[in-house]
Design a protein around this ligand. Structure first.
Ligand code: ZN
Ligand code: ZN
Length: 352
């Protein structure tokens, strides 16, 4: 399998971001990202899927959309929509109708920032997802860069400090979002977890201080979704786009906080007697199954089953042999800037 680094969920001047698709693409190229998925609010900007190249480097820029009901107060229930070819924002007032329409259009969708606290000092309201009776969505955004700032900043000056020292922000997915995801998967749903930036590169003015906060380049080297695909990018837009969305749809991916250290090379697999699978996949447990984790560096590693801790190690690899059905996933944390911080979160392997 080949690995591609995706940075997803960001806003341009088409909604409330400050950069153009081309500027974002150039910043992604410099950061070493392979694929960008741009998601402006309630507008599907068409005709901009493309490659941006410089020398031997290239980045594939794909355009999706973040849809929510703008008449709702407060404006909760944001949905990331990828891979559709027409505007669906008119369906935003009913999340289930919207999700069904995305699927009918051949697209995939992810609940954006499932937990997202208010930050009153900056007029930011709570935009947590609340309609949890919906079905048929592909997955959820387990780790969202903007939600995390809102959760760690205690007030105005704390937020300002984080704006100047953003490397201190990423702690890990919010515990309530992790618990929600584990609850959904443990009760029989296949729910793909992705990590998003929610980048805007907005300007902040506070008295004499003016600053572009959280530039795109910062986000592109922080919370990325790494997908495992059959080949590297071919340069054919139609087939590359299909390959990327198929990997996300299948959950063949993990979330990596590349700010701490590069996460490329992580793997989580299961080997049965005749077949082996990767994260996102399902495997019928006939006899013993060997779950194997390999990390790109030695760190604190946790293997979880149905959301409950099964095994820990401080290692570069972990093996577990089992014949018990369940939803198995791995998370790795590292000590960085004075505390344990989330580094890698795998998608589950479903043993049935
Ligand atoms: Zn949003
Ligand atoms: Zn957003």
């Amino acid at each position: 399998m080949h690995e591609l680094t995706i940075n997803l969920h960001m806003h341009t001047t088409y909604s409330d971001g400050s950069g153009s698709h081309l500027e974002l693409g150039r910043a992604a190229l410099a950061a070493g990202v392979d694929v960008l998925i741009v998601t402006d609010h309630n507008i599907l900007v068409q005709g901009l899927d493309s490659y941006i190249r410089h020398g031997k480097k290239q980045v594939l820029v794909l355009v999706g959309e973040e849809i929510h009901d703008q008449d709702r107060v407060p404006q909760k229930n944001h949905l990331l929509v990828f891979g559709t070819d027409h505007e669906l924002a008119t369906l935003a007032d009913d999340p289930q109708t919207l999700i069904d329409a995305v699927r009918s259009a051949g697209g995939i969708c992810f609940i954006a920032h499932p937990g997202d606290a208010a930050l009153p000092a900056f007029g930011e309201t709570d935009i947590t997802w609340v309609d949890w009776n919906v079905t048929g969505f592909t997955g959820l955004e387990l780790w969202n860069g903007a939600s995390e700032l809102k959760s760690v900043a205690r007030g105005k000056w704390s937020a300002v400090a984080y704006a100047f020292f953003p490397d201190f922000i990423p702690h890990g997915p919010l515990p309530e979002v992790l618990a929600r995801w584990d609850g959904l998967t443990a009760s029989g749903n296949r729910i793909v977890a992705i990590g998003g930036s929610d980048a805007h590169a907005s300007s902040m003015s506070l008295g004499p201080l003016h600053k572009v906060i959280f530039p795109y380049a910062y986000h592109f080297s922080t919370i990325n979704t790494h997908i495992l695909v059959p080949s590297s990018l071919t340069g054919d837009l139609v087939s590359d786009r299909k390959m990327v969305y198929e990997a996300l749809s299948a959950g063949h991916c993990f979330i990596g906080n590349d700010l701490i250290a590069p996460t490329a090379g992580f793997s989580f697999t299961a080997q049965g007697r005749d077949v082996s699978v990767i994260m996102g996949d399902e495997l019928i447990a006939h006899g013993s199954i060997t779950l194997q984790t390999k990390l790109p560096g030695k760190t604190d590693l946790r293997l979880l089953k149905d959301g409950k801790l099964l095994k820990t190690a401080h290692a570069e690899a972990l093996t577990h042999i089992t014949d018990e059905p369940g939803v198995y996933r791995v998370e790795a944390r590292q000590h960085y800037l004075g505390r344990q911080r989330g580094w890698i979160f795998s998608n589950p392997i479903y043993l049935r």
